[in-house]
Design a protein around this ligand. Sequence first.
Ligand SMILES: C[S@@+](CC[C@H](N)C(=O)[O-])C[C@H]1O[C@@H](n2cnc3c(N)ncnc32)[C@H](O)[C@@H]1O
Length: 258
Amino acid sequence: MITNTLPHNVSKSISKKQFSKYALPEYLAKHYWWAYLSPTGVKFFDRPFMVNRILWGQYHKIAQDAVNLFSSENELVNTKQKVAGVSCAYGEFFPKLALNNNVEQLFLFDIAPIQLSQMQKKIPAQVLTSKCKLFLSNAEQISLANQSVDSSILFFLLHELPVQARANVLAETIRITKSGGRIIIADYAANRDKHFFNRFKIFNSVFEKLEPFLANFWHCDLNAELLEQAKCQGRKITMISERYYFSRFYRLLEFKVE
Ligand SMILES: C[S@@+](CC[C@H](N)C(=O)[O-])C[C@H]1O[C@@H](n2cnc3c(N)ncnc32)[C@H](O)[C@@H]1O
């Protein structure tokens, strides 16, 4: 069931007609409508092999490694996890995560109704009813209580956000994550001008044309931004694992929040 943006665990069904009154962020409507808002775009892109092509063959590995962070071998997975997916993602990542036995509850939200409908189709009905809560919410103002989840996941969202939206999303992700919990981030790695794609202007230009906020993300200090946002909330954040893919073009990071 897709639910309205209401505080905490309160939920209310809404019809698709009502969706129109929810404003979409300008960056999404202006730069990413073709990928996330157009029904043709959603149909075209939301296929694991397509996402795998876009991520240069690294998608399955990154998605599987991220799911593996929920295995019982991870010392931070000592209780059944309440997990927040900070916006939906194409492909099989969230459906796989929903099936993981250590995931007790999966809160999945997005600002685009079409993305929620799409996600609803991908998660088996029984799993959806028993442990998933899908709702419409802006990641810059998440409709979940403070410290309500054990793990929060940002799966290739940050590079698509303008600077201020990125700061807001990081702040909100920290806010909803419990003390002793984790934030998991899969995204592009920092650009150190060493990767083949970063060394040639033509490749950089293509990436930056399709992803207008990637250049800033490539050069930001993500650790410092997380530390700053945590500090504003009187919290602490420490990186506990990092993995790199495709000669450090992508990364999967795990942070502990206190
Ligand atoms: C998380 S990124 C995922 C990108 C990546 N290409 C993938 O699918 O694996 C794209 C999603 O973020 C959503 N989104 C973007 N900005 C958002 C915001 N401020 N709040 C909630 N969802 C947002 C979009 O609607 C879209 O569903």
